[in-house]
Ligand binder design. Structure first.
Ligand code: UDP
Length: 377
């Protein structure tokens, strides 16, 4: 198979390694690594200050140094989930500058891979001579982006990638428009970077950006109702929200809750592996939930709402429990039954379903189809 020249255009909401981009940052890093491992030339255009962080030094030397990072200046986008459906366009942005670079350098690449959840790359695609694969990282949140996706799909069918079917289904075709054709790609992690832990402590875990849509309050309420300690790992994205959570905690509840900060992957997996279960309580349709597969890789069962990506990942009764969204009593009952879940079955699910090798195959096949023009046939 030919070696491809790939330019990944990262999320413009923050530098790689900052945590502002959530799971997309790990997806971008892992895609770059798996494509480089396969002999492709990979560059990432990302907001200034980006690093491929969080991996052991040996790994960084061997692989990450072979991935070029093009540091793009300009202001970062607000995250789409903190805006309303008709959010205004930002000018002078890292997003616009990244795509100006893509236009100028496109002859050096066989494929541009878009990770920006924004209308602009979709709008620009017909003006470019190098094909574009669009990896859409969230469900429908913005009217302008939805329209740009539907317009693009009419001209470039099946250049749209999504993590999960539930995420893709949030984009509803306007009357008279053909349904979107999604490549459902899933996601993956480098399982070798995650240690299996079969002797957990008594804490529960919560992993994610601390922002209202991620539903931390519901996880805290369930842990407190179950009288179990809860360790919180993640980027402090919305400070007011976090402060209001802290102010609302009773002394008993506060004693159960520990905020552990935003940890690089090696430290996160160590700490997460020692937890009894991961609680996943998002208020929105979670597109995937990389934290879910990271937990499974460590042998940590997952208790999640039966909605979105996590509900497609967790095998109810085998690698965790699914409960109806908002059902606190159901969460508490699931916590009480967590020891029925075999931690090794969790690790095995991560190994068999979420390895980089299988995901790399799917992405590479999709890229080759787009480049060869066979994707629409
Ligand atoms: N994460 C991390 N350190 C932490 C907590 C979280 O690196 O202390 C990362 C985690 O590895 C995952 C991301 O944050 O890649 C959360 O992604 P997820 O898909 O679960 O949710 P999103 O933030 O994209 O909505």
């Amino acid at each position: 198979m030919n070696s491809l020249r790939l330019l990944i255009l990262s999320t413009p909401v923050g530098p790689l390694g900052s945590g502002r981009g959530g799971g997309v940052e790990l997806t971008v890093a892992n895609l770059a690594r798996v494509m480089r491992q396969r002999g492709h030339r990979v560059a990432i255009a990302a907001p200034a200050g980006s690093v491929l962080s969080g991996q052991p030094a040996a790994r960084t030397d061997a692989l990450d140094c072979q991935i070029e990072i093009i540091q793009v200046s300009g202001s970062c986008q607000p995250t789409a989930q903190t805006q309303n459906r008709s959010a205004p366009v930002i000018v002078g942005s890292a997003l616009a500058n990244a795509w100006a670079y893509a236009r100028q350098a496109q002859a050096n690449y066989d494929l541009l891979i878009n990770f920006a959840y924004d209308w602009l790359p979709f709008y620009l695609t017909p003006f470019l001579t190098t094909p574009v694969a669009h990896f859409v990282s969230m469900g429908s949140l913005n009217d302008c982006l939805d329209e740009a996706i539907f317009q693009l799909s009419a001209q470039f069918p099946a250049t749209l990638g999504a993590y999960t079917r539930s995420q893709a289904d949030t984009f509803v075709s306007p009357t008279g428009t053909a349904p979107l054709r999604w490549q459902i790609l899933g996601s993956a992690i480098d399982i070798a970077q995650y240690d299996y832990c079969d002797r957990p402590g008594d804490s529960l875990a919560w992993v994610g950006r601390i922002s209202p849509e991620k539903g931390l309050t519901a996880a805290i309420a369930a842990a407190v109702a179950a009288n179990r300690p809860l360790k919180i790992f993640g980027k402090l994205e919305t400070t007011d929200y976090w402060q209001s959570i802290q102010q609302s905690l009773s002394a008993t509840a506060a004693a159960l809750i520990t905020y552990c900060g935003f940890l690089p992957t090696p430290q996160l997996q160590q700490a997460l592996g020692h937890c009894q279960a991961l609680l996943v309580t998002p208020q929105w349709v979670e597109a995937f939930g990389i934290g879910v597969i990271e937990a499974l890789a460590c042998g940590v069962p997952v208790i999640a709402y039966r909605r979105g990506g996590p509900a497609e990942i967790v095998c109810h009764g085998k690698t965790g429990w699914l409960v109806e969204p908002g059902d606190r009593a159901g969460m508490v009952a699931a916590i009480a039954q967590i020891e029925q879940i075999d931690r090794y079955a969790c690790r095995q699910q991560a190994e068999t379903m979420y390895s980089l090798a299988a995901w790399g195959d799917r992405c590479e096949q999709w890229f080759n189809q787009i480049i060869s023009g066979t994707i629409g046939s």
